[in-house]
Ligand binder design. Sequence first.
Ligand code: URP
Ligand code: ZN
Ligand code: ZN
Length: 482
Amino acid sequence: MNTLIKNGTLVTAFDTFQSDILIEDEKIARIGLNLTADSDHLIDATGKLILPGGVDPHVHLDLPMFGTVSSDDHYSGHKAAAFGGTTTVMDFVVLDSPLPEGEGSGVRQGDFQYSVDLWMQKAEKAAIDYSFHMNLTQFNEKIAKEIPSLMKMGIQTLKVFTAYNGRLRIDDGSIFKALQIAKDNGMLVMAHCENGDVIDTLVEQALAAGRTSPEWHALTRPAWGAVEATLRMAAMAEQAHAPVYIVHMNAGGEVDMLKYARERGVKVMGETCPQYLFFTIEHLRRPDGAKWICSPPMRTEEDNARLWEGLSNGILQTVGTDHCPFYFDGTRPIVYEGSEIAIPGKELGRDDFTKIPNGLPGIQDRLPVLWTQGVGARKISANQFVELTSTNPAKIFGLYPRKGSLLNGADADIVIWDPQKKVKYGVAQSHQRTDYNLYEGWELKGYPEKVFLRGKLIVDGTQWLGKSGDGKFLKRNEGEVL
Ligand code: URP
Ligand code: ZN
Ligand code: ZN
């Protein structure tokens, strides 16, 4: 099937130019002026921008946590992503996965193949393309030996944690060894940077003092912990001669550490997320503050500003979402595709901030919000927008130029973007399967009009044309260090 998109303005990470674009089956076949073809579909994109589909490097779908599960699965989350202009997402496989039904209520410990198979099963309902990172939440000799086998499964990335003691964290020696193994096998370590020991101490003290409201989530996870853990990770990476990617950067001091390390040749890259650009600890002080609970937490306006600077001056490489939604009130069902569904959420921690599931919705919001507040407000250019949200994630995670580009032969993941479209945004426009939206009532200008996944039109205005099972698992190769 052929589709010819005429008279649009192509925006890539490098360039902006008038061109037609021809899609043949799943691929971009030709780019140029005055294209003619016997096409099944002709689309006039006069006044519209043509962008490569967004690549979200950081999402958590169907993730068990705090006795519940993140409320978007690999269908509903993908559908929401598509409505926001994203056509590829990268999800995290949990290493200690639940045992099969009938084998008790425990977990299978440290079995990569078992966990990946389980995640593959969950993702059978995929509606856009996807790949996986592996959470490296245990480390021993057996696991060390098996890490390279992940490459054969198409998984080239390991996430390590310097927080969540006793659950997800492995010690610094193990992180260092993981960096060495990654380096020897063309893999990349991604790091969640906070100080788990300080957090645990502060949480214990806060609870003992009866401080249980959501703001204490932020007050017990200080920015200095994120700052020193970021420098620690960069230092370990340098000593292991390995690259490292810092996820969900949230503090201005982390940007300083990244700059310090990068100026000294350390191969350290950084991702931030929209929530850290817009919100502060003040949001946790609202009566509905639990909506903003995620880890790491919201910081200050100064941190917001320093992160924006990091995006505009190239210190940070990507904007992901860390999409990990929960209902604000999971006792009340919402209607999703005609059926009522309720999933326990933030209310689980009504009396104790440590029991509030950590995470926020954002998979659909990322591109429209960043466009309005970033490109519209002239904090970043349209080319930087594409670079941060599509091209760089594709490059770093070994998918470029198949994804993240508008090049002949690339997958025809294309967004026709209407830069003039105004939307009063919120839960009513969002397909994220939760009962709230962080950007409720925001006036957005610039919005996806049509979204193609490998040549198939899956979003047409407000119409969903995609379907469960259309998404493909993407085996990834060694990525680039940017
Ligand atoms: O609060 C968050 N971010 N939940 C998801 C897990 C993580 O650490 O990224
Ligand atoms: Zn994390
Ligand atoms: Zn995350």
